[in-house]
Design a protein around this ligand. Structure first.
Ligand SMILES: Cc1cc2nc3c(=O)[nH]c(=O)nc-3n(C[C@H](O)[C@H](O)[C@H](O)COP(=O)(O)OP(=O)(O)OC[C@H]3O[C@@H](n4cnc5c(N)ncnc54)[C@H](O)[C@@H]3O)c2cc1C
Length: 435
């Protein structure tokens, strides 16, 4: 009886890298029970979303069932619903359907969403890449414009096949490389009647270097690797406006396109504004070194949703490895609190960062050293790093098969337009504007 009474309830919002790692670690303890809430019933693997968008991987390679992750785990309840508000004083969250969940501990790990920095038309017309749904929308758009132009070749003159990627960080560089590969290898083969050679992939950034977070000589390497694939770089150039049929740039020029991929910045997901907690840069929640929030006992915030202090007096970057480790650390601190022991400050073990530039080039930074990897070695190293982070054996095996197929055949195997393009392409409108 006493044992039952002392079991503490931990409510976790977000089943991404951070929330899932926290729940997994806590689930091993019989002193807590966990309610894991996510607006989806799956865990999504964000680092691979661009491969879903470019048809290299399928949805089930990048999304795994949260319920399956906790099969037979009687102290974990998974609830699929969107949390719309949080009361950190009582550690209670309210969901869109009016349910409330109250915990002895509240863990907020709701991740990121695109930050459009107020750019006109970007919210309406650009394609961000932070969820499975967004990646599916982008894939539908890319396939739709090629299908439409194949029937009506005049659309090519309207820029139908141009793809503009905004942002020269790892997301933008990886997307631009992958899109260029798909255009160069898959589309040329699959659309023999279409002037695919007129397709242009652009990468735009208002800064003057790609991969700014990497060591300096990685910047040039990334630029050269992308240019080899035909990507046109427009650095030192900002995006002024995204229209349905073109993007207007700060240098006064414009690029006709129906596909603008937004990798231009991220901020805490919407719940942060309704969490009643102190926010800082990127709208993220300010946390202490132990990942708790000062003044709100029992509340922890982690992963992309938090500004986590780093040893260098700055904050840690928004990375899967930071999120995963912060999840495990939070679980340890909660179990310490349950046992009446002190919490300890989060120590991030930095194993380095890596960006894949298409199928045959990658750059990795470990400490201050930069490593360039080419060809199969690059591909194999990248797979190794990502397979380790992936959730579930089945997803890993399926992804391996798709990756291998894609690498050796130089094709994107999932070229299936299985959902409509919701982006309202109005080609007539495009014609009149372009005229
Ligand atoms: C295209 C891309 C490539 C990347 N590549 C890399 C890489 O190579 N290496 C690396 O380390 N990192 C990479 N990252 C960053 C990494 O994916 C993130 O740092 C990581 O996903 C953050 O984990 P998280 O758990 O904080 O948030 P997420 O993984 O975003 O999880 C948040 C969860 O919260 C849920 N949620 C949000 N709001 C609510 C709500 N109101 N109610 C209920 N549920 C909610 C979401 O559905 C989601 O499941 C990449 C990111 C992107 C977008």
């Amino acid at each position: 009886m006493n044992a039952t009474v002392s079991i503490k309830h931990v409510v976790i919002v977000g089943g991404g890298f951070a929330g899932l790692a926290c729940a997994r670690k806590l689930a091993k303890s019989n002193e807590v029970r966990i309610t894991l809430i996510d607006k989806n019933n799956y865990n999504q693997f964000q680092p691979l979303l661009y491969q879903l968008a470019t048809a290299v991987l399928g949805t089930d390679d990048v999304a795994t069932s949260l319920r399956e992750s906790f099969l037979g785990q009687t102290n974990v309840a998974v609830k699929m619903c969107e949390v719309t508000a949080a009361d950190p004083k009582t550690r209670t969250v309210t969901t869109r359907d009016g349910m409330t969940y109250q915990g002895d501990f509240l863990v907020l790990a709701a991740g990121s969403q695109a930050n459009f920095f107020g750019t006109a038309g970007a919210r309406e017309n650009a394609f961000p890449l932070y969820s499975v749904e967004e990646a599916q929308r982008l894939r539908s758009r890319i396939l739709s414009v090629f299908e439409d132009a194949d029937r009506e070749p005049k659309l090519v003159e309207q820029g139908a096949l141009n793809i503009v990627v905004v942002g020269g960080g790892p997301t933008g560089v990886e997307v631009a490389g992958a899109v260029a590969d798909v255009v160069n290898h898959t589309m040329t083969r699959e659309y023999p009647d279409l002037a695919v050679q007129n397709a242009r992939v652009y990468l735009i950034d208002h800064g003057h270097a790609l991969l700014a977070a990497f060591p300096v000589d990685a910047h040039d390497y990334a630029a050269r690797a992308l240019q080899r694939k035909g990507v046109q770089l427009k650095l030192g150039t900002g995006v002024k406006e995204v229209r349905p049929d073109r993007v207007l740039l700060s240098d006064g020029t414009s690029i006709p396109t129906r596909t603008v991929v937004w990798g231009g910045g991220l901020m805490a997901s919407r719940l942060a504004a309704d969490s009643g907690l102190p926010r800082g840069r990127g709208g993220r929640i300010e946390v202490g070194a132990d990942l708790s929030v000062e003044g709100f006992p029992g509340v922890y915030v982690l992963g992309d949703f938090a500004n986590i202090p780093s040893a260098e007096d700055d904050t840690l970057p928004q990375l899967g490895s930071v999120a995963q480790q912060s999840g495990v650390w939070t679980a340890k601190n909660i179990l310490a609190e349950v046992a009446g022991k002190p919490r300890t400050p989060f120590h991030y073990h930095d194993k380095g960062i890596m960006a894949m530039i298409g199928r045959d080039a990658a750059v990795a930074a470990v400490g201050k050293k930069r490593h360039e990897l080419e060809g199969f070695i690059a591909f194999a190293a990248w797979i190794g790093v990502h397979a380790l982070l992936m959730n579930g054996v089945r997803a890993k095996v399926e992804a391996f098969i798709d990756w291998a197929w894609s690498y050796f055949t130089k094709s994107a195997p999932i070229q299936v337009l299985d959902r409509g393009d919701e982006g309202q392409i109005d080609w007539d409108e495009g014609k009149s504007k372009a005229a």
